[in-house]
Ligand binder design. Structure first.
Ligand code: DAT
Ligand code: MG
Length: 172
């Protein structure tokens, strides 16, 4: 039965299935390269028992868990991790918040998992993060100097490489 969408496969002269070239209209990037991303369940998420929920969503999406650690990060590690934000008004409150309790640090793997996890996480501002995303479903504004938004995810391959070196030097 044919639906409205044109088929991406057709048959060659000997009846074998032929693959159409990749679509470029609706698929932003086609790549086979595997990437890794550093994910943190922040102290607010950890305290609320959301580590399992975050891992569930990562696995449900199809990404692989490479390694995982539960730790209370010290300020030195957090200063390296958040170096790009040094000097911003929320920087010190961010380090206070992130060092106040345990986090679940995870390395995930899969094609385009960096942007894929950012999509799962939702917008930085938990008030604006869409329902269905981690931050949209579980985060809110608490009227503090720093937004507490449940998770961190690397934002580029360069950040991912740098952050994995900070949290899991043995993998680098
Ligand atoms: P993201 O975590 O989405 O990559 P970011 O790297 O810009 O966002 O900021 C790091 C964290 O700092 C973010 O998760 C929440 C907090 N934050 C960012 N911008 C903020 C702001 N304008 N006010 C308060 N907290 C902020
Ligand atoms: Mg960031």
């Amino acid at each position: 039965m044919r639906s409205g969408m044109p088929s991406r496969r057709s048959r060659g002269r000997r009846g074998q299935l032929l693959r159409s070239p990749p679509r470029t209209d609706s698929v932003a990037v086609v790549t086979t390269r595997t990437e890794r991303s550093l994910v943190l369940v922040k102290p607010d998420g950890f305290t609320r028992g959301l580590s399992g929920e975050v891992l569930r969503r990562i696995e449900a999406k199809g990404y692989t868990l490479v390694t995982l650690s539960i730790l209370t990060p010290d300020r030195e590690r957090l200063a390296r991790h958040y170096a790009e934000h040094e000097g911003k008004p929320f920087y010190e409150p961010l380090l206070d918040f992130m060092s106040r309790g345990q986090v679940t640090a995870v390395v995930i793997e899969g094609q385009r998992c960096i942007e894929g996890f950012r999509a799962l996480a939702g917008a930085t501002d938990p008030t604006m993060a869409l329902p269905g995303t981690i931050r949209g479903d579980f985060g809110r504004d608490w009227g503090l100097d720093v937004q507490q938004n449940i998770v961190h995810g690397s934002d580029s391959p360069q950040s991912s490489e740098r952050e994995i070196r900070i949290w899991f030097p043995e993998l680098a």
